[in-house]
Design a protein around this ligand. Structure first.
Ligand code: HEM
Length: 413
């Protein structure tokens, strides 16, 4: 790695500092002012914050999620054996050709045409949740709306019994702690135990589906492809865990962040009327969803390994095996890409965002996530148009996962 970082291109910021976790956007502004790669001293790696560079690296095959083959990652310690087995065949832990082979098998379920068939089910699920809200005009949105909707959608899509919902949430919460890079040994132990239980559970579901296949994604993954090739149980389990975890954690928090943003941007009265109009029309409702994703994304930092010597800029050269941090949340507020980047404008001409990534690892669930978000927002605001936030709204204390701890709302009946 070129270590020519100077005060001009170095940032010092503890990623665990509470004020920063609550509002990472002022640091991003400083990074944009610095222009070019920024060395984040607390992490010890170079980061990119501008849209063009983050987008380019995500699509550049000289970068990968894994280090170069001659510098493999050290295996996880023995006490993480179950977790490691669960991750082994995750799409996020693979590169071509294995990544291509597995992604092709999963992709079928997520193409737009297939996903649109879920519209009525998602609407029904959202309405059922609102029917169950207490009649006193108060609700905590994350637990009573933002979590159950994506969870019921992904369990249905995979063909996992709905009754497993609570266990799936607990396993998923325990496992994602390990991605924050600040986990404690106890959290590692819990993540490993969760992974073990999750794998055992899926093994029994797969056995059942072998004898009684359905129309769901798990049955499809178990069946041979047209060339007669099959996936191993370990591959199916890794993919299912990734879908169940990724399929709801990011969507829950994007929905929470979106409602938080919208209630603040469109206070009651004329602004709220304007929002209701936007949400009533499918095209402008999609634009609202896109802008919510740009404005306050739930996942802010992804890493890539250089596969060879790469000049990141005139001053910064990475060696094979060096890592670079891609700041999606910062790229979404890049002043070179977006006019008035810090202003929420759903009908902006320069719409776009990198919240779902780009390149070969682009979020496979993107069409589903967008549909869920649109319907969840439409149903919520049309049924409770006087919704306002109450109490304080803190983001969870993990910088990478930028989601609210809770979102208390109230409305007038
Ligand atoms: C708003 C919600 C979501 C956000 C913000 C999000 C974000 C992302 C991002 C940024 C990546 C790329 C990671 C990288 O390049 O290193 C990704 C990949 C992925 N996402 Fe999502 N995601 C969301 C919802 C979903 C849903 C609903 C599913 C599935 C049901 C899903 C499944 C996946 C999978 C399987 C990958 C790995 C793809 C691959 O490696 O080829 N995500 N997601």
């Amino acid at each position: 790695m070129n270590t020519q970082h100077s005060p001009k291109n170095t940032i010092r910021q503890d990623p665990r500092q509470p004020e920063f976790v609550q509002n990472p956007y002022s640091l991003y502004q400083q990074m944009h002012d610095m222009a070019g790669p920024v060395f984040w001293e607390d992490y010890g790696f170079w980061c990119l914050a501008d849209f063009a560079s983050v987008n380019a690296v995500l699509r550049d095959r000289r970068f990968a999620r894994l280090p170069p083959p001659d510098q493999p990652l050290a295996p996880l310690p023995e006490h993480m054996a179950e977790f490691s087995a669960a991750e082994k065949h995750s799409l996020l832990a693979l590169e071509p050709p294995d990544h291509t082979r597995l992604r092709k098998r999963v992709n079928r379920a997520f193409v737009n045409r297939q996903v649109e068939l879920m519209t009525a089910d998602i609407e029904a699920s959202a309405n059922r949740r609102i029917d169950a809200f207490e009649q006193d005009g108060n609700v905590e949105l994350l637990s009573s709306y933002a979590t159950p909707i994506p969870l019921s959608v992904i369990t249905q899509l995979l063909g996992v019994p709905d009754s497993a919902g609570d266990r799936l949430i607990d396993w998923s919460h325990a496992m994602v702690k390990v991605y924050t890079l600040t986990q404690t040994p106890e959290e590692e132990r819990q993540a490993n135990q969760a992974a073990g239980e999750f794998r055992a559970f899926l093994r029994t579901v797969i056995t059942d589906k072998r004898s009684q296949p359905g129309e769901d994604l798990l049955s499809h993954l178990i069946a041979p492809d047209p060339k007669g090739e099959t996936l191993s149980d370990d591959e199916i389990i890794s993919v299912a865990i990734l879908l169940l975890n990724a399929g709801h954690e990011a969507t829950v928090h994007q929905l929470g962040n979106a409602v938080h943003t919208l209630t603040r941007q469109y206070p009651l009265g004329k602004p709220r009327q304007a929002l209701l109009q936007l949400l009533a029309d499918p095209a402008s409702a999609d634009a609202v969803v896109n802008e919510c994703m740009r404005f306050d994304a739930p996942l802010h930092l992804f890493m890539r390994f250089a596969q060879e010597t790469i000049e990141l800029s005139a001053d910064v050269t990475l060696q094979a095996g060096d890592q670079v941090g891609l700041l999606l949340g910062a790229a979404n507020r890049c002043p070179q890409r977006f006019s008035q980047a810090d202003t929420f404008m759903p009908l902006r001409q320069d719409a776009g965002n990198l919240s779902l990534g780009a390149g070969i690892h682009f979020c496979i669930g993107a069409p589903l996530a967008r549909l869920e978000l649109r319907i969840a927002l439409q149903v919520l605001f049309s049924r409770l148009p006087t919704l306002i936030t109450t109490g304080t709204h803190e983001y969870l204390d993990a910088y990478h996962f930028h989601g609210l701890r809770q979102l208390e709302l109230s409305w007038q009946a």
